[in-house]
Design a protein around this ligand. Structure first.
Ligand code: ADP
Ligand code: MG
Length: 380
């Protein structure tokens, strides 16, 4: 493994272990997590791997193939979480959050490499945090459960990296189950694996990575989140999760301005779609959920307004070429869409999306199939 060689070259010793954490696809349930609602993500067969070794002092050095292997170095005792910038805020954030909670974290050398495309909406950031969290958990003998690590890695993203995400990405990476999606209640953090049954149904899920950077609209995510929280206060509910569909069409319509109303309508209807998707998976199998995926996209595009031209084109082209359903996945403003596709149509769908992007003058998309994979684990 190249990672081992690189580690030894850079740090002058073998790592004590290698831990792998998957990226994720969210099947349905977008922008519901921070509203304490429901989501149905699955861990994918693309991982970030972290090789790590304890040190005898309290220095941490962390390097990544995606950042030219040049280590970022801090002394744990002196580190100020507010002052850590750039990509290293994710892995160092995990260590600092653990320390902040009173755990003993030793000095470490860490090197990461990733197959999860960065910034493509497949949660490379959570995969990075979770791979490092597993490494530290084991090397420092912390004995924390995957559920506890969900909270810690989320805090690292929120508080140190400054990304106000909900628990969705971290839960998928740490709690995923092979060939299953995880029905996640983002209020209780209860996670229930639901078998997907894609193979038996002759279906596959394609990722349509638009290569449109979602970072260019950084403020968009935080603004939507703030809009939802404000609407919940106006409506006098703890979170939008608590609003029923009847209340949506009743008092919410009178109390909210039109823009807030549409944000709320997305969240309430999306929660309902997640639960309906879960029920349909169980009763009828994955072939039945396509229309719900497509309805989710329409709601994100029209009501929540977090889609973009590339995502809309990818979804439209996939549906036109035989996908049973398609939607943007992840926070939006670029990144990836997914399409639920009969295996024999997969090639035609990939070609249609690529051709459509060429016609529109967009950058060439990257289209690949993903499988639902197991949770983060020790590799070596
Ligand atoms: P996503 O999680 O959808 O890929 P984010 O914007 O949430 O997109 O996270 C991307 C950021 O995470 C990158 O800009 C970088 O700072 C960090 N990151 C993710 N994976 C790696 C990696 N393998 N090496 C270095 N930094 C990474
Ligand atoms: Mg992320």
């Amino acid at each position: 493994m190249e990672l081992l060689t690189r580690f030894a070259q850079r740090f002058g010793a073998e790592p004590e272990g290698v831990w792998a954490a998957p990226g994720r696809v969210n099947l349905i349930g977008e922008h519901t997590d921070y509203n304490e609602g429901f989501a149905l993500p699955f861990a994918i067969d693309r991982h970030t791997r972290a090789a790590a070794r304890r040190r005898t002092d309290d220095t941490v050095r962390v390097a990544s193939s995606a950042a030219g292997f040049a280590p970022v170095e801090i002394a744990l005792d002196e580190a100020d979480p507010e002052k850590i910038e750039g990509w290293a805020a994710y892995p160092l954030g995990v260590l600092l959050v653990l320390r902040g909670l009173g755990h003993r974290v030793p000095g470490l050398d860490i090197m990461v490499e990733s197959e999860v495309p960065v910034g493509a909406g497949l949660s490379s950031s959570a995969a990075l945090c979770c791979s490092v969290a597993l490494a530290v958990n084991e090397l420092a003998g912390l004995g924390l459960s995957p559920q506890a690590l969900v909270e810690i890695t989320r805090q690292a993203e929120n508080q140190v990296a400054g990304a106000p995400t909900g628990p969705l990405d971290q839960s998928a990476s740490l709690l995923g189950v092979r060939d299953a999606a995880v029905l996640l209640d983002c209020r209780t953090l209860a996670a229930e694996p639901l078998p997907l049954g894609l193979d038996a149904a002759g279906l596959t899920i394609l990722v349509l990575d638009t290569r449109a950077e979602h970072a260019h609209c950084d403020g968009g995510y935080a603004a939507r989140r703030a809009g939802c929280e404000q609407a919940a206060r106006t409506l006098g509910v703890p979170a939008l999760r608590d609003l029923t569909e009847d209340e949506l069409t009743g008092r919410a319509r009178h109390l909210l301005d039109p823009r807030s109303y549409r944000l709320v309508r997305h969240v309430v209807t999306e929660n309902a779609r997640v639960l309906e998707t879960a029920a349909l998976l169980e009763s009828s199998g994955p072939g039945a959920i396509g229309p719900l995926l497509t309805a989710s996209h329409a709601s994100l595009r029209d009501d929540f307004q977090v889609s973009c031209a590339e995502l809309d084109a990818a979804v439209e082209a996939a549906l036109g070429a035989g996908a049973l359903g398609a939607r943007m996945t992840g926070g939006g403003f670029g990144g990836s869409a997914i399409a639920l596709v009969p295996v024999p149509a997969a090639e035609a769908v990939a070609e249609a999306v690529t051709a459509r992007f060429a016609v529109e003058g967009f950058a060439e998309p990257s289209v690949f199939a993903v499988r639902a994979d197991e949770a983060a684990h020790r590799l070596l």
